[in-house]
Design a protein around this ligand. Structure first.
Ligand SMILES: *Cc1c(COP(=O)(O)O)cnc(C)c1O
Length: 461
């Protein structure tokens, strides 16, 4: 058997385990009611298999745990910062590194520095915190992702691509001087973890060079995106994930990153760029909102673990197993006829709640209701990515009612086994058989910003 044909078996063995708690259905009914039918408000100890998010939930390697002992906790100029800076230059190409406590800290700094009141910020679909910081800085987000991304059933392999016609239309309508940058996300989370192609980025770069618009990467899942390029884009089959990541970043002006995802750490993030003037301004903002620019809200040990996590995240064997496991779950559900977003993305399998619960209208929050019901059925915690996550339009104040109404089964990296994936699949299939019993929800409490995190609900009568 050749290397290629072998299964995606984990390229590691397990050295330490954390015991899981099983609960009864009665316990879970009580827990979800107390949590206001919002899986974000459940206590982790009441959860059996936790697929809420892949954020900060990765298992660190023995090398990363050892790195925690190498923390240089000097207030200024920690050795760990310089190690991290070296690794970021090597893997992500950018010369200037400003660490932040997590992704949104970097988004805050970048948005405030680059966006002026009345600007437009195109993006390949929105991300919740990214768009909020753009709006708080006075910008207006404009979705320029290809139409296929909004169609759960489309088989297009590059649903993360930017639609160049939509970019041209925006430039024609508002003028390039009102567009400081395009926010380009790898493995677009809200679209189902969908990658963009290198060909699309090349085309985007030519366009942006012509109009002097910067490309700022949301590099949170760009290692996973690089793996898709290696697997599916012509000309990249013999390049490593690391080489592809390098080529990708080199075509952009900078990035924000949540290191809690691809980079295999429990906390951390950064802003990086090549322009020394922009970096100087970012360092100055960092000291106001995050901490001194050589730690940005992180302990020295966190930066050291991140430096190692970045190297491990770009290993081909890691990505093969990572995405192999996600797709293993997807194939099982697909075979059972469960409505899903296809093709499968990098970090999660997304249930199509509109098709799963056709008896509910979108104002009854089908994805929110489905995530709650899955928890009660099985102790598996998923999350909503639909009308609640999309929030209200700042002008009309109406629910945005996005085309995609999804429940995300997010797989933490290196945490669960194939048998856990089997149990998750069995749970979803069992729930599908009694889907007509699932009721819609209405708000009890609706917070102003990022409402999906803290909102509470009750079942509709
Ligand atoms: C998680 C995430 C962020 C925000 O990062 P945090 O570390 O959660 O603050 C930004 N962009 C994308 C694509 C993400 O998935």
């Amino acid at each position: 058997m050749t290397e290629q044909k072998r299964s995606w078996a984990e390229p590691y063995k397990i050295k330490m385990v954390e015991l899981l708690k099983m609960t009864s259905k009665e316990d879970r009914q009580k827990a979800i009611a107390e949590a206001g039918y919002n899986t974000f408000l459940l206590k982790s100890e009441d959860v059996y298999i936790d697929l809420l998010t892949d954020s900060g939930t990765s298992a660190m390697s023995d090398r990363q745990w050892a790195a925690l002992m190498m923390g240089d906790e000097a207030y200024a100029g920690s050795a760990n910062f310089y190690n991290l800076e070296k690794v970021v230059r090597e893997y992500y190409t950018y010369k200037e590194l400003i660490p932040t406590h997590q992704g949104r800290g970097a988004e805050h700094i970048m948005s405030r520095l680059l966006i002026k009141e009345g600007d437009y910020v195109p993006g390949n679909m929105y991300f919740t915190t990214t768009r909020l910081h753009q709006e708080l800085a006075g910008g207006k987000f404009v979705d320029v992702i290809v139409d296929e991304a909004h169609d759960a059933g489309s088989e297009y392999p590059w649903k993360g691509n930017v639609c160049m016609k939509k970019m041209q239309k925006l430039v024609d309508e508002v003028g390039a001087d009102k567009i400081p940058y395009i926010s380009l996300e790898g493995c677009v989370n809200m679209a189902g973890g969908q990658p963009f192609s290198m060909a699309n980025l090349r085309e985007l770069k030519a366009f942006c060079d012509k109009y002097k618009i910067m490309i700022m990467l949301d590099a949170t899942r760009c290692c996973e995106n690089s793996y898709f390029i290696q697997q599916n884009e012509k000309g990249y089959e013999n390049k490593s994930v690391k080489e592809i990541l390098h080529e990708m970043c080199a075509m952009t002006d900078g990035c924000t990153i949540s290191a809690k995802k691809d980079s295999l750490v429990n906390i951390g993030g950064f802003f990086a760029c090549n322009d020394p003037d922009l970096a100087a301004k970012a360092r100055n903002m960092c000291v106001m909102y995050e901490g001194l620019h050589t730690y940005g809200g992180l302990a020295g040990r966190d930066m050291e673990a991140m430096a190692i996590g970045i190297q491990e995240s770009a290993m081909d064997s890691h990505q093969k197993a990572r995405i192999g496991q996600v797709h293993y779950l997807g194939e099982k559900l697909l075979k059972a006829g469960i409505p899903l977003v296809t093709p499968f993305g990098g970090h999660a399998i997304f249930l199509d709640a509109k098709k799963f619960l056709p008896h509910l209208n979108q104002e009854e929050f089908p994805a929110q209701a489905l995530a709650a019901a899955l928890y009660v059925e099985s102790g598996v915690r998923a999350m909503e990515r639909g009308n609640i996550s999309a929030g209200r339009d700042p002008e009309t104040k109406k629910n945005r009612n996005p085309k995609l109404e999804l429940v995300r089964l997010t797989i933490p990296r290196r945490v669960y086994t194939q048998a856990h994936m089997d149990v998750v699949a069995e749970s979803v299939i069992a729930l599908y058989e009694k889907r007509s019993q699932i009721k819609g929800l209405e708000f009890v409490y609706e917070p102003e910003h990022l409402r999906f995190f803290q909102a509470t609900f009750k079942p509709k009568a």
